[in-house]
Design a binder for this molecule. Sequence first.
Ligand SMILES: Nc1ncnc2c1ncn2[C@@H]1O[C@H](COP(=O)(O)OP(=O)(O)OP(=O)(O)O)[C@@H](O)[C@H]1O
Ligand SMILES: [Mg+2]
Length: 296
Amino acid sequence: MSRPTLLIENLKLGFKSYAGLAQVLHGISLQIAQGERVALVGESGSGKSVTARIVLGLLQELRSARVEGWLEFEGKDLNTLSRRERHSLRGTKMSMIFQDPTSALNPVYTIEVLFHEVLKRANPGISRAQARKKAAEALARVAIHDPERVLQSYSFQLSGGMNQRIIIAMALANGPSLLIADEPGTALDVTVQNQTLKLMSDLVREQGTSVLFISHNLGVVREFADRVYVIYKGRMVETGPTAALFANPSHPYTRALLAAVPRLTGGGIPEIEDDSQAFYDPTVVHETSPKVEVSS
Ligand SMILES: Nc1ncnc2c1ncn2[C@@H]1O[C@H](COP(=O)(O)OP(=O)(O)OP(=O)(O)O)[C@@H](O)[C@H]1O
Ligand SMILES: [Mg+2]
């Protein structure tokens, strides 16, 4: 079997402060096979975004962060890379989509200039004309029908949904092996969000890109992910194929998370009532399968 695109084992993270070390990740493990779309779900503050930032090599550059554990990307040990090598992976082999489409696009430059910068990361010598052609093709793939006009525009002249599609086009333009999408499109209205996620889903499937998809929205996760990891207070509590995990959640926290789904209007994801149940064995990641026995 080939190596997974991303392999994380026993990843720990703490932040140093005047009050000591605050441990945020307590040894999490996760892997994503080539072309696999994996979701990471969990309540606010559980450690989803920090995990993404470690994979991108961003937290390792922070003086206050203590990162330990095994991190492997396409068979290479990420911990041994220099700052420069980590930097050159971002935007090329690994790309990222953040939550707010408008703030991700610098309003001072046209989309054409921003696109050129993105393409230069993988191909420093690319000419303006070549970049314009590639950008127009990439925009057409995300259902933008007048790429020429869009390339001459600034992000603030375009709708949120249009900007989100541009970001998806940019994130995939250099053919990354791994796309990390952290709450993509949650700043958009639900219909637009669903349309753009569908587009993203079709594109990554076509290109065979592996995806780490972070979301609060379990409805979207169900549509989009092949497999789900559930993180709770910095510990991975359950993983399984999406359909099996939704049909038969084995961990109390996952059940609580799923029970919260029908409440579409606010309120967030509730804490489970009896916290003691959550860690009846914190070292075990429950592999969900259709036959799994639910202990309660
Ligand atoms: N730079 C930092 N310095 C200190 N603590 C941090 C830093 N970044 C994140 N944390 C802490 O790490 C924990 C995990 O944060 P993280 O952003 O990963 O949560 P999350 O699961 O992405 O939540 P949300 O769903 O709200 O985005 C939180 O308690 C947060 O306060
Ligand atoms: Mg987050």
